[in-house]
Design a protein around this ligand. Structure first.
Ligand SMILES: [Zn+2]
Length: 496
């Protein structure tokens, strides 16, 4: 039964009830591209498919069934012209739901999808139905790209979404849904059940771009969550005392707030944090419980879809913090665990944007938090060693803003993922190019990639043994010369 996974409970992190995925020998790697469904409708479906196949060697579209995630409002300055003019987001009113949902799947559920109206662009179009024939004519496939909705895009659109958000230690709602909330779980399973029952779609790439409360506090200074009734009950079911967890998290937060003000305890910030965690192991239980909920959802999606059609490929998007810089996430959700309920893993390995992200989204941030005892140089050196970055990828701090990671980063991270899944899932690295930089003062700045580096990085993933590659992050942003460079590497990789 597809719904059996809803009550899987704590079992999800142990031995999987599903049969292990057996890798079939495949001579042909998957060559995917992430693109907004709006791009197909704006630029013309047949035109886009021909363009992607010819320039990029693409055989698989990975496109949104729902865009509550919110990647549809970027400024013209970061959008590429593929020969049909820049398709500006200005004055557009795209729907967030790109499929026709059948209300019967949601009738007993708390959450209901937003229904597109005549005010939306492309009202009345059914993109996933319309694309099937042109895809088949070209021997191409389509995978749904599904993210969990952020609160800012879900509240006010998805009925009752505010009721499933995480609850922090002070009782305030968080930025995303609680992974342990049964109403949220039931809604996301109903969503995929409806889509995969009523459309002819070849696969899904599911992702949730969040990390646990301990990472959020120690690395970003966020107030700890989730203390909703479901997380509390689930922890108490494992004899974890919610009051003790709260006390521990409050003590940790006090240490972090002091570190932000450069008030360092006599034993240092790191030792003080370790002391709190050792005295309050409930903190780690709480962290684990949050991740258990996330993995339960991934497995529930897998089981739901496999019950409909076992040939549909189910995979996991692993975002940049998850793939490349959060050590707690890496320790608690290893690739080998994801392979229990995924046919493929798509780790984000964006060579071009990683150094600047690493510098400002990680090293600089933690230097005022858990890393207060160290200089940024020391943190970076320790980071490279701990995360086993290839020596060629150890870019010095003062060069990070303007350099890209070398192909060795893509190769070594592909190899690490392959080693983790150990033949139980395929690995399709996301090769990222033309990904803009989010400016600290707000807005985004274009960051055009070098075609030669795109070529080398794509080839590095394939040479490392990847079962495919996914051009990332969004077709909207990708310049034609880089789609061509990606295509050249794919064709070269196929020859080797
Ligand atoms: Zn919760």
């Amino acid at each position: 039964m597809a719904t059996a996974a809803i009550s899987m409970g704590n079992n999800v992190l142990g031995a999987s009830a599903a049969a292990p995925y057996v890798l079939k020998a495949s001579q042909q790697p998957l060559v995917g591209i992430q693109l907004g469904t709006h791009s197909l409708l704006s630029e013309g479906m047949e035109w886009v498919l021909d363009f992607l196949q010819e320039k990029g060697g693409i055989d698989t579209l990975i496109t949104y069934s729902h865009s509550y995630y919110g990647a549809d409002s970027r400024p013209d300055s970061v959008l590429a012209d593929h020969g049909k003019g820049v398709q500006s987001f200005k004055d557009r009113n795209f729907p967030k739901v790109w499929v026709n949902h059948n209300p019967s799947y949601f009738k007993d559920l708390l959450l209901k999808h937003e229904k597109p109206t005549k005010k939306n662009d492309f009202f009345g179009r059914d993109a996933f139905h319309e694309m099937r024939k042109p895809l088949d004519a070209r021997g191409m496939k389509v995978y749904v790209r599904l993210f969990e909705p952020w609160a800012k895009n879900g509240v006010g659109r998805i009925a009752n979404y505010e009721k499933v958000l995480t609850v922090d230690i002070n009782g305030r709602a968080g930025a995303g849904p609680c992974w342990n909330n049964p109403h949220y779980q039931a809604w996301i399973y109903a969503t995929v059940k409806d889509v995969f029952t009523n459309y002819d779609i070849d696969g899904i790439q599911y992702g949730a771009e969040r990390v646990g409360p301990l990472s959020e506090l120690l690395f970003k200074g966020q107030t700890p969550n989730c203390f909703c009734e479901y997380c509390t009950a689930k922890n108490q079911g494992k004899n974890i005392d919610a009051q003790r967890a709260k006390e521990g998290f409050r003590e940790l937060e006090r240490t972090i707030r002091k570190a932000e003000n450069n008030e360092v305890p006599a034993d240092g910030v790191l030792i003080s944090i370790m002391g709190t965690v050792f005295r309050y192991p409930e903190i780690l239980s709480w962290e684990g419980n949050f991740y258990d909920g996330g993995e339960e959802i991934n497995k529930g999606i897998y089981d739901t879809i496999k019950a409909i059609d076992p040939s549909i490929e189910v995979g996991r998007h692993v975002d940049h913090q998850q793939s490349s810089w959060d050590p707690i996430y890496r320790a608690m959700v290893p690739y080998g665990k994801m392979a229990d309920y995924n046919d493929f893993i798509k780790p984000i390995l964006y060579h071009d944007i990683l150094p600047i992200r690493l510098r400002y989204w990680y090293i600089e941030r933690i230097s005022g938090l858990i890393g207060r005892d160290f200089t940024e140089h020391e943190l970076l050196q320790g980071f490279y060693a701990m995360m086993r970055f290839h020596e060629d990828a150890e870019i010095p701090l003062d060069e990070m803003e303007n350099r890209s990671m070398p192909p060795a980063y893509v190769a070594s991270e592909t190899e690490r993922c392959l080693a983790g899944v150990n033949g139980r899932a395929k690995v399709y690295p996301g090769v990222g190019f033309d990904v803009p930089w989010h400016l600290p003062e707000g807005g985004v700045a274009p960051r055009p990639s070098d075609p030669e580096q795109v070529y080398e990085s794509t080839l590095a993933a394939l040479k490392a043994g990847a079962h495919g590659v996914v051009a990332s992050r969004d077709y909207d942003e990708m310049r034609t010369e880089n789609i061509e460079a990606f295509g050249r590497a794919v064709r070269q990789g196929l020859k080797n």
